[in-house]
Structure formats: structure tokens, C-alpha cells
Design a protein around this ligand. Sequence first.
Ligand SMILES: *Cc1c(COP(=O)(O)O)cnc(C)c1O
Length: 496
Amino acid sequence: MQVLYKSTRGKGETVTASMAILKGLSEDGGLFVPTSIPKLDVPVEKLAQMTYQETAYEVMSRFLTDFTEEELKNCIVNAYDEKFDTTEIAPLHEADGAYYLELFHGSTIAFKDMALSILPHLMTTAARKNQVKNDIVILTATSGDTGKAALAGFADVPGTRIIVFYPKHGVSPIQEKQMVTQKGANTAVVGITGNFDDAQTAVKKMFNDKELAAELNEAGFQFSSANSINIGRLVPQIVYYVYAYAKLVKKGAIKAGDEINVVVPTGNFGNILAAFYAKQMGLPIHKLICASNENKVLFDFFRTGTYDRKRDFILTTSPSMDILISSNLERLIYRLTGENAEKCAELMQALSQGGEYTITDEMKAGLADFYGNYCSEAETKEAIHETFEKADYVIDPHTAVAAGVYKKYVKDTDDTLPTVIASTASPYKFTRSVMAAISNKGEGLDDFALADELTKISGVKIPRAVEEIRTAPVLHDRVVDAPDMPAAVKDILGIH
Ligand SMILES: *Cc1c(COP(=O)(O)O)cnc(C)c1O
């Protein structure tokens, strides 16, 4: 059955999956959603015998119906290869009464790799399918992590260029080192003298600059965006929930058809929305447990029905969840309105203009699949400590927020169904916070010395991604002022 995509704010016009991937965002500002959620029509017993790549094909082919089998299989093979440090791609680790689904075995040791390693291949395939002859130029402004994951995904993918801008004095030394050592003839990393907002604003301006687009087109290029609202990032994230479920069946931890819970440390609401789609496909998920840090907009929303971003932005030890506007929530809101694009657009407008919106009681009843809670900074630290003490397993602060919230959930509900916790980053990505929670030996050490100490304490090998940047040469040293970003782009692409 063909699945098409329509905008959460549109008039019902549809596009193919490949067009939705190429466009990223709909012209009316809405997000693309499937016209219907396909059923998972493969028996679990069969899924249980499949590799990650085979599972990916079964799930993704149901959503990306205008891709041929050969096209999609090529994308999958090129994405989930030796870039991952385990053939399982997303292993399950049982610890302290839960199953940790480790989504951090890719190039940048965090879960964004799961989607960003396949997005470039989906995009170039989509371009070919739609007779786009231009090379795709990915422009990204980053405050740290997404930039590196996008660089790693797009590096040396034929038909693409990637240019990442970051605030020269606004990222951590490790984050900067990760980016400026990026290999790949099609990659460029540029520091800017302003802050992240300056970079972001200038990138958005370039996307909307018709004159620049014409100049690029003349030279055989066109811009695209790799940000997290692209349907090409969402669909690959559904895969690992199906994979985890099938692996639990294979292990004998559950029987086919048994329900599980899923806990997701949440920021932009992409990862948990993928789990929601997996449930809609028919995967037996009982509760979708949404874990927030102290930026607990979502917790408040689930409780009260009011989404209110008018509050202080709190810097936490789980920075990838420091978000006050969870963009992907719009896709859920759209469903809750009964797929009423006008109503959805109204609510989103209220959010951007007045900073808040409130859903009706009827819509709120539709949230029954979800449970929301949050962890304070102290609770997050305690969760890292406790998981290490009890289970000899070291988790990163994002995963710890989920672990802490799961404890609260069990206490609140007495529900002890088998539970999968999405583990979104390697502890080696946040070594300082992790060490502070489990040992007093970290004080005064630099980041690499901390990693050496952590490997001694935990027995977990230092990931290749960390080892590599210890000695890697700096390959990118361009720094510009924000107003000069378009000139830098043209120079990088050889347009004069
Ligand atoms: C991006 C990210 C998250 C949040 O995921 P969303 O899909 O934005 O909700 C959680 N943990 C880590 C480590 C991340 O990088």
C-alpha cells in the first residue's frame, strides 16, 4: 500500500516519501506526516531472526513506499556498516531491572547517528528519483553535537556537500576538536565570531535567499537541511524499537504479543514520536514514558494540557535535552486534533506568538499512551551512581534522566512490565558528569585523562570516536563573522 505525506498545517495536498525527504519542511511551515501509519505485517517470530539491516528494510519499506527494494537496501547497507562498532548496531543491555537499548555505537557515540548515518543516502536517492541533477548542499548551524553527527553522516557521500557553522567560542573543546578534525573532501567546518543564534539566523536567511539559490543552481548546487523534523530522520528511528522488541522475544524475555514499556529521554520529541509510530504500527507497547530534565515543558504539558515555553532556559548536564520548543510534538498534536490541519496551525501560531497553547479535554484524553515525568540534576546524578553501584553499568546523563524517570513511573503505577530504556549517548561523551557521579578521582583531570580513568573504573573500552580525536590533525580552521557566512559558502563551493 502506498504511503503519502501531507503537512500538519496544509490543505491536504500530498507528496511522495522521497519528495518529503527532499523538502524537509512543508512550504506552509508544517511538518510532513504519513497519510496513514502502515501495519507491521511481519510475524514477530520472523523479525526475531533478523539482523538490524533486515529489520530496517521491513520497517522503512512500509513508510518509504516510492523507494524500490534495491534503492532502500542500498541506503541501509551504506548506513549501518563498520561506522558502528558492533554488528548488532543497537544492542540491548539488561541492567537494574530494565533493558537499555544502546543507540550510541555509531560515529559520534550518540543516538543522532542512528538517523544521520542513513539520511544522506535517502536524500541522494530521493534526488535521483526526482530528477534533481544538482549536488545537495547541507547547511547546518550547530551548538555542538548535531553538527558532528551530520558531518560524519554526509562525509564522502557522492552528490553531497556539507557545511557546518559553529560559534567559535560557544562549544566545548572536545566538540570543537571533533568537528575541526572531520575528514571527507565534501566537508567544511567554519567557526563564526558570534553565538549560536547568530549562526542559526544566518543559515535560515541563506535558505530563504532566492538570489543565492539561483547562483547555486547555476553552479549545480541546491541547499537542503538535515534537521530533526525531516521525515527521513524519523522513519529510521522507528526501526530500533521493533528490533528491540524482536530481540526480547528471541532472548525469551517476553513472548510474541506481550506488552512492554518504552522510556525515552526527550528533547525535540523525535525519538519518542518514533516509538509512538512503532506502537501505531502494532508493536505491543503499553506506555511511552517521556523523560525530561529540569526543562520540563513536556511533563507540565502532559499534566495540565498547556504547553508553555515562557520560562527560564536551564543549562543541565543533559544538554541535548535542554529544549523549550519540542518541534516534533507538532506531529502528535496534529493527530490529537483528529488530523485537523487548521486547528493544528492555530495552536502552533499561538505558541510562536504568545508562547503557549492549551489543548481541549478531548485531545488530552488522546495522550493516554504517554506518561511524563522529569529528573532534577541531583536525581540524574543519583541515577548514574545507583545504576553503577547496583548493576556495574555506566550510563550517560541523558540516559540517567530516563532511568530516574522510570523509577518514578514504577513507584507511581506499580507497573512492572518489561521495559526498554533508550540509551542515547555513550558515557564517554559526557565523561566529566559521569565521573563526578561515580568516583572522586576525576577532579582536576582533562577530558582525555577522565576517559582513561573511566575505562579503569568501568572496564568499558574507550570508543574509537574518542581515541581518534586525541591525535587527529586539525583540517578546518576557517573563522568568519556572521554577515560573511554567504561569502564563505560561495567560496567553499567554488562560486565566484
Ligand atoms: C538529541 C538527543 C536526545 C533527545 O532526542 P529527541 O529526539 O530530540 O527528543 C536525547 N539524548 C541525546 C544524547 C541526544 O543527542
